[in-house]
Design a protein around this ligand. Structure first.
Ligand code: ZN
Length: 536
């Protein structure tokens, strides 16, 4: 007798991703899809049976916000994500995608991509011209995870006009629109911006509106690391909604947070602004990672104008004591506007080195290093930026738990790691390996902040709906067999700031398009991920 199913998952409790409570049923999988869900499926019809007695069976998780664009080229399985139950990885965030590049501005673009290279990949290798070429290359590598790509505004801007600090000419704007449209044609799900960073920060709202229109024509989404998540956050949220309204495109606020002690508690206002925008017809959503610390590249603590012209220019300028003095003055002036002052938000003791060629600095704060080296904290930063350009990564302690919980409870908040990959060896932020089990273990089970149904909805059907993926995000007949099987009584993150590369406990199986990608905390080597392409 021929088998009817490749795999049957027996006797689990199904949380289907809608937010409904669990029900008991078996799940039959054939050809990468869920072909049957019913009370009982006879195991003799299955080639393989997974016993899920006492376990929760739910759709695979979406990492709504990742920076694995380069990491996927090195480790196309993306182990850290698979082990967390992530089966779909949204890449191209915060304005940064690997492509499109142009010959003219290639050097500036590749040095900019250092942010995602974990000092493990030479940026010169990233010579991938078009968005479609990047997707094809990824596909040829047979990824172990589904990949959902966005095109980055900063990348498009560099390809067109380098890292100059000015508005584009009319022709340059047309060229940028054209590059966005082409990436959308080639499969991008939308446009992302990183407006605290150079060169994204150099763009005025009007420029973003025009480019968002180009993505909107293809029914894409606009996602943004906003111009401010601190003192000027209300204005940055207003800018985001203006872009959504004028471009006629859904907007998604990336890693929503409130930065800086002086702003703690203001998530009451930010969420109210989002609710009002939604009521007025703006399709607005956001994502979040569940940690009090953020992470980015060290050079991001400098005013973005300092980074104009790329590393070849700014590393030379930073040697000049007069220029250093000017920067210090700008950072310390109360009136600093138009950029995100992360030093003010975190303080030197709150800025901790995460990835650096100076091994002795890793895990130390800027204040610690200043004492060690008998230098001013500013000189520590300038010298590291001269030495490592955009490759030095920091962790910044700057958020409040009350805001994290309030944002988490908000119904249109989904979950994203914002993980900066450490390529399995570097000491990166633990969110890269811990985000999803941390929510399910600490915030659902231990603290009761979310119900498990709501948490799973935020990890599955909500991002699928938001990014426009038709056949993922629910456990439903006809849907792709991306499945997580876990024990809600034991699931927990193990990654810490000290030991960040530790996978979670409590996840028994992760299936990607029907294949078992992880089993009891170990990846299997399955390569059943798909590069998803947006269709209009
Ligand atoms: Zn970001």
């Amino acid at each position: 007798m021929s088998t009817k199913f490749d795999t049957v998952i027996k006797s689990g409790r199904i949380l289907d991703g809608t937010g409904n409570p669990w029900y008991a049923a078996d799940v039959g999988i054939q050809g990468g899809r869920i072909t049957r869900i019913q009370k009982e499926i006879d195991p003799q019809f299955a080639r393989q049976v997974i016993d899920a007695q006492g376990l929760t069976v739910c759709p695979g998780f979406f990492d709504s916000h990742s920076h694995d664009d380069v990491y996927l080229l090195v480790n196309p399985r993306c182990d850290e994500k698979i082990l967390q139950g992530v089966t779909t990885n949204v890449i191209g965030n915060c304005g940064i995608s690997v492509s499109p590049l142009s010959d003219e501005h290639r050097a500036e673009a590749t040095s900019f991509l250092a942010v995602m290279c974990g000092q493990q990949v030479s940026t010169e290798e990233l010579n991938i011209q078009t968005f479609g070429e990047y997707l094809a290359r990824l596909e040829a590598l047979k990824p172990g995870i589904n990949v959902l790509p966005l095109v980055g505004h900063s990348t498009v801007r560099i390809a067109t006009m380098g890292t100059v600090n000015r508005a584009p000419s009319e022709n340059e704007l047309l060229e940028m629109k054209d590059r966005v449209a082409r990436a959308m044609e080639e499969g991008a799900f939308g446009l992302s911006t990183g407006l605290i960073y150079a060169p994204g920060n150099y763009a005025r709202t009007e420029e973003i509106v025009e480019l968002a229109k180009a993505a909107g024509q293809f029914h894409g989404i606009y996602t943004t690391h906003m111009r401010s998540e601190g003192d000027a956050e209300p204005a940055a949220i207003a800018e985001t909604f203006r872009i959504g309204q004028e471009a006629g495109i859904p907007v998604h606020i990336s890693h929503h947070k409130v930065v800086g002690k002086q702003n703690w508690g203001k998530s009451v206002d930010t969420l109210k602004m989002m609710a009002e925008a939604r009521a007025s017809g703006v399709e607005a959503t956001c994502d979040q990672y569940p940690y009090r610390a953020g992470s980015t590249f060290l050079a991001a603590v400098l005013p973005p104008s300092v980074l104009a012209g790329g590393p070849a220019v700014f590393t030379t300028k930073l040697k000049d004591p007069g220029f250093r003095a000017q920067i210090v003055e700008t950072i310390e002036s109360e009136s600093a506007a138009g950029w995100e002052n992360l030093i003010k938000g975190a303080g030197f003791e709150g800025l901790v080195i995460s990835v650096s060629r100076h091994e002795g600095y890793v895990g130390k704060s800027i204040s610690d290093i200043a004492r060690m080296e008998n230098k001013s904290p500013y000189d520590v930063i300038f010298d590291l930026v001269i030495d490592e350009a955009l490759g030095c990564i920091i962790i910044l302690f700057m958020m409040d738990e009350g805001d994290i919980i309030r944002i988490m409870r908000n119904p249109w908040t989904m979950i994203g790691t914002d993980g900066i990959p450490g390529f399995g060896v570097k000491k990166v932020h633990p969110r890269m390996s811990g985000t999803f089990p941390r929510i399910l273990g600490r915030y659902v089970r231990e603290q009761g902040i979310l119900t498990i149904e709501e948490a799973i909805r935020k990890m599955t059907s909500l991002p699928a709906q938001t990014f426009g993926v038709q056949d993922k995000g629910l456990l439903k007949e006809g849907f792709d067999a991306d499945v997580v099987i876990f024990d809600p009584a034991t699931i927990l993150d193990q990654a810490t700031y000290e030991e960040p590369n530790q996978g979670p406990v409590g996840i028994h199986y992760v299936l990607v398009n029907g294949e078992i990608a992880a089993e009891n905390g170990k990846v299997t080597g399955a390569t059943s991920g798909k590069v998803l392409r947006h269709t209009k």
